[in-house]
Design a protein. Sequence first.
Length: 88
Amino acid sequence: MSQTESELQKNLRKLMWQSENCLACVWFRPNDPINADILERGKCIHSKLKPYELLVSGRDWCNLFAEIKQETIDMLQEMAMKAEESKK
């Protein structure tokens, strides 16, 4: 039985600590791009999934993952900061 529990624990770790999650995906648009983390919710804007208006968290993932570049993250954060400043 302990061997079965050990296998179960290994599988749970794989589910909890995934790479290539939504937070690191080019298609993920978090509600708060300035402070986004894996618990942040946002929309998936992939052309195949956009019609479903999916609301996902940064820790979700799918097989349409495409890694976002740091330059894109910086640009999105700058745009969000400018939008915040213009509200004031």
